[in-house]
Design a protein around this ligand. Structure first.
Ligand code: CA
Ligand code: CA
Length: 297
């Protein structure tokens, strides 16, 4: 199995990035990732004074997938997500919705063992590992790994987890997939600026899909189809996630306008992914069973 190590790290998703490896459609690839601070806060005693911001949100890759051409989608099946032993949680006056309540930054190095996070002696939480940053290269100008857009990127969507299938539009030949910024757990909205930021390893099966032509990210899991949209504001991202789901229901499943709209009214859940990145992300979730009833497949 091909393994992409942390030696191949990028901070911009770009068509100009040289591939770390070339793989065929259908191959399974292991990506070893840094946490979003590139490990700089892991040593006890280190603070943000020790953090070089140039190394923020590193993504491992990119991987060139043979046969992926602009207009295709890359289907990424998350077969396994493994976490490192320590995650970083921080809160302070510099970012997030609660910043006015803090005079200084607090850092908690959270140990993860056997899938359980230890906040402190009082609170232990079952890990729910997710991939924060995952994207193909955008079509033209490069995009920072801090930013989510239609190529994917820093979406911080909790549904990009083990067992999920993520579909990302391909904008350049080979797709050039890269990922990083895992969270051991994260509340919806990423309100205080971060999740439990952690290094790890993802095992992903990569398939080029020629017969889905959507130009925005989609997620499929056992129960749901999900659109993930970005915007300057939550309003913009929310409208976009809804419209993209409407388009998806019509084009993928042949629903008419009324059925697609009413299905969204009844069962479409609009959920804030994050409010702290340079673009906000919002997703819409629809249960598959109801789509199947209305579409007959
Ligand atoms: Ca993130
Ligand atoms: Ca993060």
């Amino acid at each position: 199995m091909i393994k992409i190590t942390r030696k191949d790290v990028i901070y911009q998703m770009s068509a100009e990035n040289p591939p770390a490896a070339k793989v065929d459609s259908g191959e399974t690839v292991v990506f070893e990732t840094y946490d979003c601070y590139q490990g700089q806060l892991l040593p006890e005693g280190n603070t943000f004074k020790n953090v070089d911001r140039r190394f923020g949100n590193p993504a491992t890759g990119p991987v060139f997938v043979n046969g992926a051409m602009p207009g295709d989608m890359l289907k990424i099946t998350v077969e396994k997500l493994e976490l490192g032993p320590v995650g970083i949680l921080d809160i302070g006056p510099n970012s997030g919705a609660l910043k006015e309540y803090f005079d200084e930054v607090s850092i908690n190095r959270i140990h993860v063992k056997d899938g359980v996070l230890k906040y402190d002696e009082r609170l232990q939480i079952k890990a729910e590992p997710m991939i924060g940053v995952i994207g193909n290269a955008p079509a033209e100008e490069s995009v920072s790994t801090m930013t989510p857009k239609d190529h994917g990127g820093n979406m911080d969507c909790t549904k990009i987890c083990e067992g999920a299938k993520l579909y990302l539009p391909v904008f350049v030949e080979g797709a050039l997939l890269a990922l990083g910024d895992f969270h051991a757990i994260m509340g919806e909205g990423e309100v205080g600026n971060c999740g439990v930021e952690i290094e790890g390893e993802a095992t992903l099966k990569l398939d080029v899909v020629h017969d889905m032509k959507f130009t925005f990210p989609l997620i499929e899991n056992e129960e749901q189809w999900i659109t993930v949209a970005y915007g300057e504001t939550l309003d913009e991202a929310a409208a976009k996630a809804s419209k993209q789901m409407f388009q998806f229901l019509k084009e993928q499943f042949g629903l008419n306008n009324v059925d697609a709209g009413m299905l969204i009214d009844m069962l479409g859940n609009l959920i804030v992914c994050q409010i702290v990145n340079p673009m906000k992300t919002v997703r819409m979730e629809i249960p598959k069973w109801a789509i199947a009833k209305l579409s007959g497949n």
